[in-house]
Design a protein around this ligand. Sequence first.
Ligand code: SF4
Ligand code: SF4
Length: 411
Amino acid sequence: MPRKASWATKRERYNRAVGFPYLQYARGVFRPPRLEALFLFVTSACNSLCRTCFYWEELNQGRDLTFEQLEKVSASAPPFHKLWLSGGEPFLRKDLAEVVELFYRNNGVRALNLPTNGLLPRQLETVLDALLQRCPDLVIDLNFSLDGLANAHDTIRGVPHNFEKTLATIELAASRWRGVRRLRRNVATCITSENYRELVALGLNLLRDSPLDGQYFEIVRGSPMDPALKQVPREELASLHRTLMWLHEKYADRLFAHLRSPARQLAKAYYLGNLKLHFDLHEKNHYGPSPWPMPCTAGLTTIVIDHDGHFRACEMRGKLGRLQDFDFDLSAALRSPAMRTETAAIPHANCWCTHSCWIHSSSKFSPRAQLFHIPWAYLKHRWERLPRTEARELERFAVRDAPLLAPAAAD
Ligand code: SF4
Ligand code: SF4
């Protein structure tokens, strides 16, 4: 008698058939909030001088957690899915690959967010080769920072020839890991008062010339070194976002080209709906706090560890304690009175922000956001594009031989 397929086997078959693990994802949405992402400032060392940097007062101070301390953190942490690295420039940390591997092996991390200024191509090559080989199930988002065309980028980030050097590193990554789908190469762009007018040009150039998987945009946040960079007029930001959605559509076509229909359309709608929701929340919250359509799960689904062992619920709120005082036991820090007080305070704190990492992380635990707000944002995006459609694009729908308006009857 044929054996009945287990739930896991059925799920695998379904995923293979549609080309995307929707069932797995949908199941995750209905989980109660629990740790799913660790934000680790893996070093405070940095070779840039970005005026956008919200961590600038902490940089190049030394006191980075040692590998042995991070081993204790990993050994005591519950399983979680995603590791977001931050810094400093992560590639300045010599044992970067070993640190990631630690969380991959001990905690089941399968998604890595790895930002870089792109100034260290040799280190980048070595680390990524090691990670791809030693962590076979790890999906990596490698995010290169580009904040404008050459002059604006170099001026904002304080490094001469930064723009051309980062482009060269993007090219290197493209040729070395072409076709490696689990290494997604993206550009992350910070929108500021000095660059917002040229970001469409930057986006179009990158889309045309660089083999990227995506470009993501964040309005400058927190308390940057140069606060004047935050002065982007509201209407200009909204207008820029509307244009950038067109760019996201092009990247969505690229990103999901391997999926079969209708999974491709579904993935694309979900992706664009998410991005539109993020843009809407950026526009609302850059100028003052405005509630998100879902609770913020900072401190419940995420924890931030600073380079020196301080921990926080999110990057925008204050330090809650030091892991040193818990012998680097992350579970104990998560259960600590300070963290409990913080997570109880957040719903009433009116600290709504523009931070996409937390918008994304929080929306993943909200059935309301998943089932209503993201699809609704996608529909809004479609409707917003309709009135701006070029007249010549509409001409192909014209009925040539039958006038749409009947000629007026002769008197
Ligand atoms: S934004 Fe990143 S690259 Fe720039 S100074 Fe800050 S840590 Fe360094
Ligand atoms: S809304 Fe923003 S600032 Fe407030 S807790 Fe969430 S991530 Fe932090």
